[in-house]
Design a protein around this ligand. Sequence first.
Ligand SMILES: [Zn+2]
Length: 226
Amino acid sequence: MKAVVLLSGGLDSAVTAYIAKAQGYDIYALTFDYGQRHRKEIEAAKKIVKKLSVVEHKILSIDLTQIGGSALTSDLAVPQGKSFSEIKSSEEIPVTYVPARNTILLSCALGYAEVVGADAIFIGANHMDYSGYPDCRPEYFAAFQDLANLATKRGIEGNYVEIKTPIINLDKKEIILKGAELNVPFELTWSCYVGGEKACGKCDSCTIRLAGFKQAGLKDKIKYNK
Ligand SMILES: [Zn+2]
């Protein structure tokens, strides 16, 4: 069995890649250089694939800064200093939402999957910690599955590419515990939205990551700015 795994270099995508591996898939890792604020994530993805051993690691360039509209792809500031409970209870879609990102990335993954003959596409989305991202919801992935079946040659032939979201219903603590069980090298992953030598420790992504490790009773070995 073969699987295309979307690997951003973040913690969630690393755990997802290890889950795919544990399920017996040969991994075709796909990382996007979409103009995100920093290169740290992409460097992290390169280190993770070395540990994981994959068939192929593709880094696709799609310059989403030409569209902009997100704190991750424009000059808009990344919000910092919100508490864990503020992030969890917020009903607003945060400015770190990248317009239609998962649709853009999954569409590329679908094309890649069809070319290499992959049976599945794994994506490490979850909707427990980020309630605000519309393209991280289970109903979104169900709709994309329907689209994938209609959109591809192999879909028409009844040979579907399965869209798999193994951590969609897990919170960060549960994702970290699952990753620990699979020996995911957390120290190689990068979650901070800001970038820099060390993680900022103050953006939403850092705050959720730090809370997750604390709740899991594990130490996060990456370095943070104090
Ligand atoms: Zn951060």
